[in-house]
Design a binder for this molecule. Sequence first.
Ligand code: IDP
Ligand code: MG
Length: 153
Amino acid sequence: MQTSLIILKPDAIQRGLAGQILQRFERKGLRIAAAKLMLVPREQAEKHYAEHHGKPFYDGLINFVTSSPVMVLAIQGLEAITVCRTLIGATNGRKADPGTIRGDFGMSGGFNLVHGSDSEASAERELALWFTDNELTDTPRTIEQWVYDPSDL
Ligand code: IDP
Ligand code: MG
């Protein structure tokens, strides 16, 4: 099992798309392990996007993610990190495939609705940055036995 750190960015919340986007992850069979709505402190945004420091879009990105509340989620499932990135689609909404979140809801490269961890190392770092251990739930769901084929784990 993997857990991915997902952020529904300010454009998703302002456009009233949080429910529809969250449904994409839920209907896939992934489990919501944690969730919170928050206005992101600037230092938190800078830590989260540290790898992009110095890039041309960095200042705009930090201004954007701190401009209005976001929904932060921990999403869990088998190979959840790759599965979430596939559901999210390419960075630019105009280039993202139809059927992906960005491909279906977005027209922008910056305002692209959702963040998803891009590797196990990123997920570990980002989960620790956004959630305390006791905010991450682990209560089993009985439905998992119909989501996963035990012979295929
Ligand atoms: P990702 O979110 O698909 O992993 P990254 O390259 O990690 O994309 O970039 C992080 C975020 O920075 C993007 O989701 C997007 O909001 C923003 N961003 C990336 N490239 C550009 C750009 O060329 N112009 C404006 N914003 C960008
Ligand atoms: Mg990235």
